[in-house]
Design a protein around this ligand. Sequence first.
Ligand code: FAD
Length: 327
Amino acid sequence: MPGKVLGHLLSRHAPVRVNLPLSGRDLTWMWKFYRACRLDTYLTYPSQLQRLAFYSRERLDQIRADLNLDYERSDGYMVLLRSVRDSKLVQPGLQVLRDAGVNFKEIGPQDARRIEVALNPEITFHGAVHLPDDEVGNCRQFALLLKTESQRTGVEYLFNASVTHVTGVASGHGVEIGIGGENQTRQFDAVVICAGLDSVRLLEPLGWKVPMTAVHGYSISAAIREPLNAPASAVMDERYKVAVSRLGNRIRVAGSAELGGTVDKKGSSPLQTLYKVLHDWFPGAANLSSVVQEWKGARPMLPEGPPIIGASGIAGVWLNLGHGSSG
Ligand SMILES: Cc1cc2nc3c(=O)[nH]c(=O)nc-3n(C[C@H](O)[C@H](O)[C@H](O)COP(=O)(O)OP(=O)(O)OC[C@H]3O[C@@H](n4cnc5c(N)ncnc54)[C@H](O)[C@@H]3O)c2cc1C
């Protein structure tokens, strides 16, 4: 992995980039990431992530069925391999999937075109990996539907409120949180800290040092110009690590992993890579002459990969953070 990352750094359409200057947090993270790339360490994590992914999918299916949630979604995911070299590079990853019992198939370009019929007829490629049980979903719509359902059962939301601090209470039972602009703290039996990157700051006074950093990514979303030219579900270009997905009547293209820099300063090269990959595989699918949403966001990443979920060891404080690139 470190070799792959270094090899990419100077290329024009690099899937991984480093922006200077790097913070101390970024440098610590890079060192821990490097150490986690040792084969023996690395091999302990995929099975944990896989169990979590299977569990998440089960829960997602159950919640969708129980609450009858209807949001933009589609079935299946395909990893596109441009060359023999790309195919060779994914083999260790495929072994991990095989060992975990993941349902997938290595297929040639003809079969890939049968599944994603809009793939550019002009492009030649080596093949694909098809994951029929994976799916694409509009997470914003899903979250909004869950919000409405939970409000029906009595959940109260407080929006545009910033948690300033979290502390245990002297009696040992319950947790106090401060909210920006409020004079009094609020007390709860228990809290779940799931504030993305800001969780690091909130947890520090409680004695938790979380080695999480932002790995920035970009996405573009645009209306579909011609549905016949658009993906049916989602594909991932393995070489550029860019995913092109169908979200209802829009196309979303997402990728790039950028260490350093800030979330509000967009670089033009990562965005150009997204447009290139879209054009390579689905030319003419998106209406790029009208409104295109260009977005840069932060993936809250832990160096080893798996997130931290569960009881923190501090009474009443639960954690749900570091979901990285896997949402
Ligand atoms: C370009 C890009 C593409 C991605 N594509 C995918 C994808 O296709 N599939 C996928 O599964 N994942 C994807 N991800 C990853 C996914 O977005 C993240 O893993 C996920 O959003 C992490 O969720 P989270 O709730 O832990 O953190 P966040 O999404 O960062 O949410 C944290 C929330 O806490 C709030 N908050 C922070 N501090 C405070 C505070 N002090 N008080 C109150 N609220 C606070 C923030 O406003 C925010 O709403 C992508 C990420 C990027 C950047």
